[in-house]
Each structure stands twice: as C-alpha cells, then as structure tokens.
Design a protein around this ligand. Sequence first.
Ligand SMILES: [Zn+2]
Length: 179
Amino acid sequence: MEYRIRTWPDKILKEPTKEVDFFDERLQEYIDKMWEFMYKEEGVGLAANQIGIPYQILVIDTTIREKRQEDETEEPVKMVLINPKIVEKEGEVMSTEGCLSFPGVQITIPRAKRVKVIGKNEKGEDITVESSEFLAIVLQHEIDHLNGIPFINYLSPLKRKLVLDKYLKSLKEDQYETA
Ligand SMILES: [Zn+2]
C-alpha cells in the first residue's frame, strides 16, 4: 500500500471506513505509519483514511499542542482508538478547525461540547474516552473522517461553496507552480 496524505476531493475521504477485526502486526504497521505522518504534518490527530488506510483507526496526541486555553483542566493525552463510536453527546460550542486533508482551510463550525466515545485500544481491549474540552473536538473531527464526513459539511451550503471554490482554486494554483 502506498501511504500519503490524502487531500479533498480524494474519494477515500468520502467513504465510511471498515471495522477492524485484526489486532496483529498488520494493525501495528498501520498505526506506526499513522504516527509517522501525523507528527510529520504536525497534526494532533489523524484518521487512517487520511493516509489511504480504509479502516476505523485513529491516532491522537494532544500533548504536542502549542498552547492550551487558560481554563482547560483536562490533561493532554496520547492514544490509539480502534472502531470508535460516539455514544453520548451534549451541549454545543463553536470550534475553529483546520484539517490536514484541506490544506490552508480554517473554518468555524458547531460541535458538541461533551462527548463520550467507546472503542478499543491496539490490543483489542475496550476503552472509554470522555471529554468536554479540546479532546472532545478532536474526537468528533476524526471520527467524522472515519465515517466519510468532512468538516466542511457543517457549513451552510452557501458558505461551503465559497470555502470549497477558494480551496480548489488554491490547489490549481499549486499545480501550476510545480508544473
Ligand atoms: Zn481532518
């Protein structure tokens, strides 16, 4: 498999990923690759399909974040999440987000304030994660990726078109520059 960062409108970002039922060396290889790309691109989270792996795998490391908000109380975490599902959602906050699959795009969208997520670790053991701070946003953004949902979906149709037109135009200009 060829691993590289997949950017919109790559088809793999639009399709739901498959459940993982193999907790073995192959899974570990996928996870190692994901860490490699996530750190190289300076992200705090990465979904497997963002580098071409069609399975429900997330890596998250909020310890590398540059600055925290003053009122945050949750400790930063580093984790692998397999087959994650949001089982509880509460409240709403506006969240300003970027995405490695939409270079140069930053948008502000509504997210749930608190989420509870269940899933497995890389050994196949059940884990539960809860957050009502920064991690809650990362979890929602990344789990959406695994379900084929890009963050631009939360914009109104008009706003989405404006953001997408600008993004696609910037892609074209990049191509001319390197051609
Ligand atoms: Zn993203």
